[in-house]
Design a protein around this ligand. Structure first.
Ligand code: 5GP
Length: 180
């Protein structure tokens, strides 16, 4: 794999697709164990646009009946979190009385998941669990429990596998990191 350029920045290879796949396999195994034989139909809530690839790969591996819903929030502009979380779409189903599994691409400061969890609880969700493909543990400073974490990464800006830099890079199969 070689370095790539998106807009004005260069990124170098960081996490190859086979490692991403193994992490998703492991997360799916845990979720399947927790939800095996459940009588309700949990909702997988995909956080657009970044978690779209992760959610689709994860969903294929789940062995219980579940529904898919989407939500769109934004706190990032360019390579930095603005700290203000705005909801721009969804959730696209009624979550009242439902068990919801939030599918996130990456948890950084945690502002997004905190805002989302509060909103879903306000809307009457019976339970909200968090599943994230990636976590930046050095930045995350919230008390919200992260139920399922694919991989931990250092505090760096990454793109690929759904994650973008100003909308570019989402289509990359592997994950790349900003080359300083
Ligand atoms: P938080 O609210 O936890 O600070 O940020 C969560 C959101 O910020 C993620 O869903 C993602 O959209 C964006 N984000 C955080 N870190 C990165 C990163 O390294 N790369 C990209 N492309 N987006 C990120």
């Amino acid at each position: 794999m070689e370095t790539i350029t998106l807009h004005d920045k260069t990124f170098r290879p960081f996490i190859p697709y086979d490692r991403i796949e193994s992490a998703i396999d492991a997360v799916a195994r845990k979720i399947n164990l927790d939800y095996e034989g459940c009588e309700d139909i949990p909702v997988l809530l995909c956080t657009l646009n970044g978690a779209i690839m992760f959610t689709s790969e994860l969903m294929k591996r789940l062995r219980f009946k579940c529904e898919l819903s989407c939500i769109k929030l934004s706190s990032y502009q360019g390579t930095r979190s603005t700290g203000t979380v705005l909801t721009t779409l969804g959730p696209t189903c009624d979550v009242k009385g439902r068990r919801v599994i939030i599918c996130e691409d990456i948890v950084d400061t945690g502002n997004t998941i905190v805002a989302m969890q509060e909103m879903l609880e306000d809307q009457g969700a019976e339970e909200v669990r968090i599943c994230t493909m990636l976590l930046k543990p050095d930045v995350y400073d919230k008390d919200v429990k992260l139920d399922y974490v694919g991989m931990e990464i250092p505090n760096a800006f990454i793109v690929g596998f759904g994650l973008d830099y100003n909308e570019l890079g989402r289509n990359l199969k592997d994950i790349y990191v900003l080359d300083k």
